[in-house]
Design a protein around this ligand. Structure first.
Ligand code: SAH
Length: 194
C-alpha cells in the first residue's frame, strides 16, 4: 500500500457511496412527505458533515492542503482503512436496500412509512449511521493528515449527536409503542456497546 493508493481507496469509497445512494435517492424523491423536521439546524448539520466527510478530505487529496498537518504514512494503517472502507460500503448497500422508499437524507416521515426492524435493523437502530462512522474511521486511517483524516469523525460526530435524539423522538411520535419496544431491544450503532 502506498500513499497514492490509500488516497485512491478513499475516492473509491466516496464514488461507491454516491452510486449506491443515487439509485435510492431517485426513488424516494417520488414519495410524499407527511411530516418533516427539516430546518436551518438540520441543514447546518448536513453541511458540517458533508465538509468533514467529503470536502476537506477531497481538497487534501487534490492539493495536499493543509501540508502542516501531515504526518508519516503507515501502510498497516492504510490496509486497515481499506477494510473499514469496504465494510462501510457493504453497510450502505444493506441499509439502503432495507430502508428502500423510507429513506431520506434528512428527518422525514413519508406517506405509508414502514418501520423497518428486520435484517440489518434487527439489532441496531441506526446502521446507516454505523456506515458513516465506518467511513469516518476509514478516512482517519487512509489519510495521514491530522486535519483531513480526522475531519470526518468531527463532522459526522456533530451531525450524529445533533440528530439522533431528534430522529428517535420523531420515530416515537410516529410509531409509538412499536418504536419504544424496538428501542428497548436494540442498540444505536454498535451491537452490545452503544
Ligand atoms: N437512522 C437510520 C436511518 C437514516 S435515514 C439509520 O442510521 O439507519 C433517515 C430517515 O430514516 C429518517 O427520515 C427516518 O424517517 C427514517 N428512519 C429511521 N429509522 C427508521 C426505521 N427503523 N424504519 C424506517 N424508517 C426509519
Amino acid at each position: 500500500m502506498t500513499p497514492a493508493i490509500s488516497k485512491a481507496v478513499f475516492v473509491m469509497l466516496a464514488i461507491g457511496w454516491y452510486l449506491i445512494r443515487y439509485q435510492y435517492a431517485r426513488r424516494s424523491r417520488r414519495e410524499t412527505v407527511l411530516r418533516s423536521d427539516r430546518g436551518p439546524r438540520e441543514t447546518a448539520l448536513l453541511l458540517v458533515s458533508l465538509c468533514g466527510l467529503g470536502v476537506v478530505p477531497l481538497v487534501y487529496i487534490a492539493t495536499s492542503f493543509p501540508r502542516l498537518a501531515a504526518y508519516p504514512f503507515q501502510p498497516s494503517l492504510a490496509w486497515l482503512g481499506l477494510f473499514f472502507a469496504a465494510a462501510s460500503l457493504l453497510m450502505f448497500q444493506l441499509t439502503h436496500r432495507a430502508l428502500g422508499r423510507n429513506w431520506s437524507i434528512s428527518l422525514d416521515v413519508r406517506e405509508g412509512h414502514q418501520l423497518v426492524t428486520d435484517g440489518i435493523y434487527r439489532k441496531i437502530r441506526h446502521p446507516m449511521y454505523t456506515a458513516f462512522w465506518l467511513w469516518a474511521v476509514a478516512q482517519a486511517l487512509l489519510l495521514p493528515n491530522w486535519v483531513a483524516g480526522f475531519s470526518g469523525l468531527v463532522g459526522f460526530g456533530i451531525l450524529f449527536f445533533g440528530r439522533v435524539g431528534r430522529e428517535e423522538q420523531m420515530m416515537l411520535e410516529t410509531f409509538g409503542e412499536r418504536y419504544r419496544e424496538y428501542m428497548a431491544r436494540t442498540y444505536r450503532v454498535i451491537p452490545l456497546i452503544f
